[in-house]
Write a protein that binds this ligand. Sequence first.
Ligand SMILES: NC(=O)c1ccc[n+]([C@@H]2O[C@H](COP(=O)([O-])OP(=O)(O)OC[C@H]3O[C@@H](n4cnc5c(N)ncnc54)[C@H](OP(=O)(O)O)[C@@H]3O)[C@@H](O)[C@H]2O)c1
Length: 285
Amino acid sequence: MPAAALPNPAGLSPVIAGAWRLAEWQWTAEQRLAWIEANLDIGVTSFDHADADGSHSVARLLGEALALRPGLRQRVQLVGTCHLGAAATAAADLRAAVDAMLRALQTDHLDLLLIQPAATLPDPDLLAAAVAGLRQAGKLRHAGLANATAPQVAALHARLPLATHQVALSPLQRRALDDGLLDQCLQLGLRPMLWAPLAGGRIFTGQDADACRLRAVLATQAAALGIAVTTLVIAWLLHHPSRPLPILGSRRIVVAQQALAALPLQLEAATWWQIWSAASGQAVP
Ligand SMILES: NC(=O)c1ccc[n+]([C@@H]2O[C@H](COP(=O)([O-])OP(=O)(O)OC[C@H]3O[C@@H](n4cnc5c(N)ncnc54)[C@H](OP(=O)(O)O)[C@@H]3O)[C@@H](O)[C@H]2O)c1
């Protein structure tokens, strides 16, 4: 399937705002609202968060901010990840987790629910039925997986058309490239979402050998191309034909602007491989 034809059924923006670090920023609800609206102003309309510990704390912070501006909820896409165990109660747990997430977000539906399975996928038939029930009840529009294995994606997608697979990818975290997860997205026609595209900031501040080597090459190449390092890194990620959707974790709008500047760029293959080589410490094959 040509990359341009890969669907984006949840209507996500080409760059997504990650809210994972929202509590860390210690912002007031008004400051959170300003961050959401500044993203919207530049075309970043999708907001991602996860409930890793069952507290829904980030969802509450997002919900509080959205509630300050009537009508704002209709202008954004809310993406939420639920972590599931492999227990027989997984389907019921999922329904309860989605209800709690919706309450915290102060909304009646998620635009995209992502399910992060434990090492073993809960019974895929039961899971597919639970998701279908949630969709019928109007509590979610689309569903996908996060950090799943290729067989888990295949098993669920065969029962329930998935919208995406959210995986980690950056020049410093290349497993999704190496283990075929991005290729599987191409095969199944899924547009992947990429978390930690800037390696959580390690690209800029990491003191390990890989980060230092990569930083030097990125600085040289970005200067030669006349673009920001962030733009170059996002262009490197978008080079994959599945045309992934990066999820930024920065509080700074300029980072989102620099990421958006990567959308029209097409890196030369030699540039892509030099970055790969600097990050991996291996010679270009
Ligand atoms: N599914 C999952 O398992 C999973 C796991 C983790 C995250 N996520 C999702 O992915 C999103 C993004 O993850 P992430 O936050 O790790 O993404 P990221 O965009 O790779 O990293 C964001 C971090 O990099 C820093 N940074 C950006 N530009 C910088 C620069 N020029 N110099 C120094 N630091 C810089 C940011 O600090 P500033 O704020 O100061 O710019 C921020 O702390 C999360 O919000 C969440 O929605 C999903």
